[in-house]
Ligand binder design. Structure first.
Ligand code: ATP
Ligand code: MG
Ligand code: FE
Length: 347
């Protein structure tokens, strides 16, 4: 059974196609993405109107490319999954409207799914089905959450989340501070490779004995980087950019991995999945690998292409729902910009 996935929650128009095997295995056939990130770069963040318009222009060409790449016919598609939330209202609307049009024209069932659950589902395209229980660290541009996953189609519970900025947001803000391009994750990752992560002791948010065990905070870290840079400038000192990037990155990776591993131990879970755009970070996956190996936890991190927004992850989540026998969403499905992660499918 072929499942089509459509993604348009932020600034990536994604169309993915997967094949759901009789044994429940999900095989990736196509993953086409058109990004409007360059149009937002000069604003230092995503401009909602610009994103919606770009989705509108990119949707049909991206769909055509995906169908061609997969070597399939649209009429052979079994069902259509689309991101219903969370995300930007106008951006989501383009994807959901397109999905409804395809579903109606092809007379196929429609599944409105959760973007965040999709980020976790992306991993199954690379590493196969998830165990019955696992923990997911979801770190992206808009979210940073620790999740208990008991079946991708069944139950996702939030154990903790950021109380202020998301991890990706912190990367983007610190990059701006250091005059690096937007989005900030990739340039900081690259620059940090030439720096020393122990050079500057930036704070680790919410790691005190009385702090919430599984929540995160990155806004203090960002402010601390800003103050440090200001002090250097005032003293007429040069800014050791690579050391600042590496030390900031170390603080983020340290907190994220420490809390995720602690949750695994507390809850007796032996598999950790890291997903979302920030999972593409080399130090985060490197440190997680070291610490998981020490703790006897199996670590799963999808390749960078599957970490950032794409349609294949939405198709994968749709496939898991179809495999689990989930009912399709109604054809008057609406978008839910603030959809909580626990709502895997919008009915
Ligand atoms: P959400 O999924 O929460 O709605 P989003 O879809 O905008 O947000 P993603 O596309 O999953 O987020 O991720 C984008 C974020 O990932 C950006 O903040 C970007 O800076 C960050 N990012 C990408 N690559 C890296 C990297 N190598 N290191 C750190 N951060 C990265
Ligand atoms: Mg993006
Ligand atoms: Fe995302």
């Amino acid at each position: 059974r072929l499942i089509l996935g459509i993604e348009s929650s932020c600034d990536e128009t994604g169309v993915g196609i997967v094949r759901l095997g009789p044994d429940g295995a999900v095989e990736l056939l196509a993953d086409e993405v058109a990004s409007s990130v360059e149009e937002h770069a000069r604003f230092g963040g995503v401009v909602p109107e610009v994103a919606s318009r770009a989705h509108l222009e990119a949707m049909v060409p991206t769909m055509r490319r995906a169908v061609e790449k997969a070597g399939v016919e649209l009429r052979d598609v079994h069902s259509i999954a689309v991101t219903a939330g969370p995300g930007l209202a106008g951006a989501l609307l383009v994807g959901v409207s397109a999905a409804k049009a395809y579903a109606a024209a092809l007379d196929k069932p429609l599944y409105g799914v959760n973007h965040l659950a999709g980020h976790v589902a992306a991993d199954t395209l690379q590493h196969g089905p998830l165990p019955k229980r696992c923990l997911a660290l979801l770190v992206s541009g808009g979210h940073s959450q620790l999740l208990m996953v008991e079946g991708l189609a069944e139950r996702i519970t939030e154990l903790g989340s950021t109380v202020d900025d998301a991890a990706g947001e912190a990367y983007d803000k610190v990059a701006r501070l250091l005059d690096l391009p937007y989005p900030g994750g990739p340039p900081i990752d690259k620059l940090a490779k030439q720096g020393n992560g122990c050079a500057i002791a930036f704070p680790r948010g919410l790691t005190g004995p009385r702090d919430a065990k599984y929540d995160f905070s990155f806004s203090g870290l960002k402010t601390s980087v800003a103050r440090w840079v200001e002090r250097q400038e005032r003293a007429g000192e040069e800014i050791p950019l690579a050391d600042v990037a590496a030390s900031f990155q170390e603080a983020v990776a340290d907190v994220l991995t420490a809390k995720a591993i602690r949750a695994c131990k507390d809850l007796g879970v032996d598999t950790l999945v890291i997903s979302g755009g920030v999972a593409a970070n080399s130090r985060l996956s490197g440190l997680a690998a070291e610490r998981c190996a020490e703790a006897g936890i199996e670590l799963r991190v999808p390749r960078p292409r599957l970490c950032t927004d794409n349609g294949a992850m939405i198709a994968a989540l749709g496939a898991h729902l179809v495999a689990a026998g989930a009912q399709p969403s109604p054809m008057d499905l609406s978008t839910t910009p603030g959809l909580p992660v626990g709502t895997i499918q919008v009915l």
